[in-house]
Write a protein that binds this ligand. Structure first.
Ligand code: ADP
Length: 547
């Protein structure tokens, strides 16, 4: 038997004992009051042994009820109490019929009907009626019929027994229902507590910080990882978040309202909001915060959760790669420029054979390519802090595209790729012509590099009211949907490019997109694997002067 069952068992025993003693006490209290009244109006009744004896029996029974240790097993013996009460009451009525003590039969009948079910109800009424009738006959040997005692009183008892029995059955089933429901609620509560405990353990085991808040903005949860980060950077015990954090540049302090946590409290959802903790020059860490709002089942907002990931190592790795790229490309540029210069001089030398000249020209072409790759690398490395600047001037994008197509013609010809230009009208705007040329050159180089032999490339320039649009469409390998999401990331090369022999750094599109953005425009892609790609450069018809 587990603890719950035994607790329930002892509670039940107490209930049984209380019910038995209460019922008996009620009868004795009623009869005591009756005895006091009788003593006042007809004290002679007490000289009648049957009357006095019967009264005494009731009080003795009360004593028994109070002393016996009632439990579930002895409960059925308790039925003797109301039965003997019935005998005593009929005895009192018999001793002094005119005092109407028979009415007190109602009390044991109610008791039996309530506590001993149908058998109790029937038994109490039958016993009372039988005793009343027997007493009527025992008086003088001749049955003296009294309508009130022999008919009306039994009928009243039947009515009372029936009503009591029905009522107690109803309340019993209500009690059962309540008990079942409370058992259900109890087990649901146990389950909910278990789940809460598991969730707690999981949340505390993970490496990223988690902090949740309720609809009023009060912090409801913060896990060990977040707590650890707060302590590590000396936040006061009461702090929910780091008191001071820095923007991604590492030096500007975040305004209160712009802090990721404040934005989440204001109902915003975001991903990868980067911030630094720890003053510049001190030990510090970079974090990336993601916020989600939580809604109740009825759609009402119910707070939110912010997850914070330590990205210090990641940022350091990126910085190290950029520094390496910058220094390597810088070191390579000077010797390469010199190689190209000497190769050009050598090609011009008259005493060369045709064969040697052809070989020197190939070497020069490849050195040029290498220089352009190195230039891309260097530019990305120096642009990492956003220093790319534009030299704005009025220019015709259609003309720039035409020149770019002309210079890509040779490379396209080598691979039998047909280039078509749909460039009719001038598309004049204020932009940086060199940078726009750089973007279109990059798109065309890619369209050739990632095309199939014998494929086509279509370049169209369209000037509409508010913007100028350049589309470069090829019939090449295409880019999968997954890869498209990263195409403009630094150093990213799609699966097909990585596994093929096509040379590249994964920097051209990243630089091109930055140039488009600086012009207030954008660079987008639509592509299907095996069918081809369309890169679209969109810039405002009159770009803002950001130079
Ligand atoms: P690179 O060409 O030097 O690798 P880019 O930044 O210009 O770098 O391009 C990044 C990647 O995007 C390429 O490696 C290639 O996988 C993919 N890509 C770019 N242009 C095309 C294109 N026209 N068709 C298919 N894939 C392309």
């Amino acid at each position: 038997m587990d603890r719950n069952t035994s607790t329930r068992g002892s509670a039940q025993a107490t209930r049984i004992a209380r019910s038995i003693t209460n019922s008996q006490l009620l009868i004795s209290a009623a009869l005591l009051a009756f005895a006091v009244v009788v003593f006042a109006v007809q004290a002679s009744a007490f000289q009648e042994p049957l009357f006095f004896g019967s009264l005494l029996i009731v009080f003795v029974l009360t004593g028994v009820a109070l002393t016996v240790n009632w439990n579930r097993r002895s409960k059925r013996w308790a039925v003797l109490l109301p039965i003997l009460d019935i005998f005593a009451i009929v005895g009192m009525r018999e001793a002094e019929p005119e005092l109407g003590a028979g009415l007190f039969l109602v009390l044991p009948v109610i008791w039996m009907a309530r506590n001993f079910r149908l058998a109790g109800a029937i038994g109490a009424v039958t016993l009372s009626t039988a005793l009343l009738w027997l007493a009527g006959a025992a008086d003088s040997g001749v049955f003296s019929f009294d309508f009130g005692t022999h008919v009306l009183l039994p009928m009243t008892l039947v009515f009372i027994a029936t009503t009591t029995y029905a009522t107690s059955r109803r309340s019993q089933s209500q009690r059962d229902l309540l008990r079942q429901q409370s058992a259900l609620v109890e087990s649901a509560l146990v389950r909910a507590r278990d789940q809460e405990r598991i969730l707690d353990e999981v949340i505390n085991a993970v490496e990223f910080g988690v902090l949740a808040f309720d609809r009023d903005g009060a912090a409801t949860l913060r896990n060990n990882a977040h707590e650890h980060s707060l302590r590590e950077f000396g936040a006061p015990r009461s702090a929910v978040i780091h008191p001071t954090i820095y923007r991604p540049d590492g030096t500007t302090v975040f305004d209160e309202a712009d802090r990721p946590y404040a934005r989440a409290l204001a109902g915003e959802e975001f991903e990868n909001a980067v911030f630094w903790v720890g003053a510049p020059g001190d030990v510090r860490a970079a974090y990336s915060a993601t916020a989600r709002q939580i809604s109740r089942a009825d759609g009402e907002p119910d707070g939110g959760v912010v997850v914070v990931r330590d990205i210090t190592t990641e940022l350091e790795a990126i910085r190290a790669r950029e520094n390496l790229a910058a220094s390597v490309s810088h070191e390579l540029r000077t010797p390469l420029t010199s190689i190209i210069g000497f190769l050009e001089l050598a090609v011009d030398s008259p005493e060369l054979t045709d064969e040697t000249r052809r070989m020197l020209e190939i070497a020069a072409r490849n050195s040029e390519r290498m220089l352009s790759l190195v230039t891309d690398l260097l530019q990305t490395a120096s642009d990492k802090d956003g220093t790319l600047t534009l030299a704005m001037a009025e220019c015709d994008i259609a003309e720039i595209a035409r020149q770019s197509i002309d210079s890509a013609q040779i490379a396209a010809g080598h691979r039998e790729i047909t280039m078509t230009a749909v460039v009719d009208r001038p598309a004049v705007t204020v932009a940086d012509p060199l940078r726009i040329r750089q973007v279109i050159d990059n798109l065309l180089t890619n369209a050739v590099k990632y095309n199939r032999t014998g494929g086509t490339i279509t370049v169209s320039v369209e000037a509409t009211e508010g913007s100028i649009r350049v589309d470069v469409t090829d019939t090449g390998v295409g880019v999968s949907a997954d890869d498209q999401a990263h195409l403009f990331d630094r150093f990213f090369r799609a699966g097909a490019a990585r596994t093929s022999a096509i040379v590249g750094t994964g920097l051209g599109l990243n630089i091109s997109r930055d140039i488009a953005k600086l012009h207030g425009g954008k660079l987008t892609v639509r592509s299907e694997v095996g069918v081809g790609s369309t890169f679209t450069l969109l810039i405002p018809a009159t770009a803002k002067d950001t130079a």
